[in-house]
Design a binder for this molecule. Structure first.
Ligand code: S3P
Length: 425
């Protein structure tokens, strides 16, 4: 994909459905009794991996454009998969599914692509083992392939060393099958979609501060779900509109759950003009339209409890910081190293290729903004969020930028380049 300096972005866009919520609607729908229908479902490769895994365990799932109908069979309705479960590139599928599989009466093996087979799974193996699960890393590396022998589980109180919704959700899902309540306390609150949605399906989930507790053996019932637009996908257009002079865009129906909206708060702290209109807080997942106008930005510090609420947006925040006046410091974000790529190294490498002044640190980056950026060849290391972040950088840089392996965006946003072209007129 070759991109260069853009004319002003104009118009409206409804970004695809939220990835985290789409995954969960399939998983929880499968464990519920009866039909779950999810509208505005994200048909990116990651969520299709989740659908494929549940089909392999005997769940009928129909997909028609962005509507998905899941014929749930209840908490104990999954059947033994006939083959190895392939999670593709999806960390969410790997970790949440492992929690479900740990408490089944059958054995299973799951694995995925090269990136997945390097990502840390000890973070879920440790609490699951404490619950009595039998889960092993086939190669002894602490990574997938994972072999899971279904076991009887006990409820635990797990003090998680990381603020991770995937770890939290894995433990809570195993807790559905435990002999007593299961709780997870995190160092900072991560996205709470599992807690909200499990409750919506009928589970007894309580939250107090950074602790979530689930009671075992609930009866889950199928539900209708309207998946909100993914704020993590909206983030690229929001950033592009802020950076390209003269831009004004309206991003329709974006999820603004407070455990996900850190990007809005950081952009506003950098001087961005973003108005939330048509705010709808009636449902479990609040939504709004975001009106974004080109703005001149200044540096900021991004640290502490806000980090889990914008973890996937840090690559595009680093891009914004490169164009902002002054210095931006990102810290407390060591988790970036264990995402689809090492996002500290890969963001630094590619920003430097474009001429930015950026230093990697152990838990983030220091970016001295305001130097004009120039086009470059970008290697996203097959990481969808890196490809999209640097597509945004290209729109405000001199000359041509080439994004290698540009189609890796299919993981979370298959129509990304088409939607960008539409806003460019
Ligand atoms: C996700 C949680 C986050 C996020 C990922 C999706 C989820 O990962 O980075 O893209 O759906 O629960 P961690 O839980 O590893 O922080």
């Amino acid at each position: 994909m070759i991109l260069s300096r853009s004319q002003a972005l104009r118009g409206e866009l409804a970004v695809p459905g939220d990835k985290s919520i789409s995954h969960r609607s399939v998983m929880f729908g499968a464990l519920a009794n009866g039909l779950t229908e999810a509208d505005h479902f994200l048909t990116g490769a990651d969520c299709l991996s989740t659908i494929a895994c549940f089909r392999q365990m005997g769940i009928e799932i129909e997909q028609q454009e962005d509507t998905v109908r899941i014929h749930g069979k209840g908490l104990h309705g999954l059947t033994r998969p006939q083959a190895i479960l392939d999670v593709g590139n999806s960390g969410t599928t790997t970790r949440l599914l492992s929690g479900i599989l740990a408490g089944q009466t059958f054995d299973s093996v799951l694995t995925g692509d090269d990136s997945i087979r390097k990502r840390p799974m000890k973070r879920i193996m440790t609490p699951l083992t404490q619950m009595g699960a039998d889960i092993r890393s086939a190669g002894g590396t602490g990574c997938a392939p994972l072999e899971i022998h279904g076991s009887r589980l006990r409820g635990i109180h797990y003090l998680s060393p990381v603020a991770s919704a995937q770890v939290k959700s894995c433990v809570l899902l195993a807790g559905l099958y435990a002999d007593g309540p299961t709780s997870v306390t995190e160092p900072a609150i991560s996205r709470n979609h599992s807690e909200l949605m499990l409750r919506y399906f009928g589970a007894d989930v309580r939250c107090s501060g950074a602790t979530a507790t689930i009671a075992p053996e609930p009866t889950l019932n199928g539900q209708k779900i309207n998946v909100p637009g993914d704020i993590s996908s909206a983030a690229y257009f929001l950033a592009a509109a802020l950076l390209v002079p003269g831009s004004e865009i309206l991003l329709r129906n974006v999820g603004i759950n407070p455990t996900r909206d850190g990007i809005l708060r950081v952009c506003q702290a950098m001087g961005a003009q973003i108005d939330l209109i048509n705010v709808d807080s009636d449902g479990a997942e609040p939504c709004a339209d975001l009106l974004v106008r080109a703005s001149s930005l200044h540096g900021t510090t991004v640290e502490g409890a806000i980090i889990p609420t914008l973890i996937d947006e840090l690559p595009v925040i680093a891009v914004l910081a490169s164009f902002a006046d002054g210095t931006t410091v990102i810290r407390d974000a060591a988790e970036l190293k264990v995402k689809e790529s090492d996002r500290i190294a890969v963001v630094t490498e590619n920003l430097r290729r474009m001429g930015a002044d950026v230093e990697p640190t152990d838990d983030g980056m220091v970016i001295h903004g305001g130097k004009p950026l120039h086009g470059a060849v970008i290697d996203p290391h097959l990481d969808h969020r890196i490809a999209m972040s640097f597509a945004v950088a290209a729109l405000a840089a001199d000359g041509e930028t080439t994004i290698q392996d540009a189609d890796c965006v299919r993981i979370s946003y298959p129509e990304f380049y088409e939607d960008l072209a539409r806003l460019q007129g």
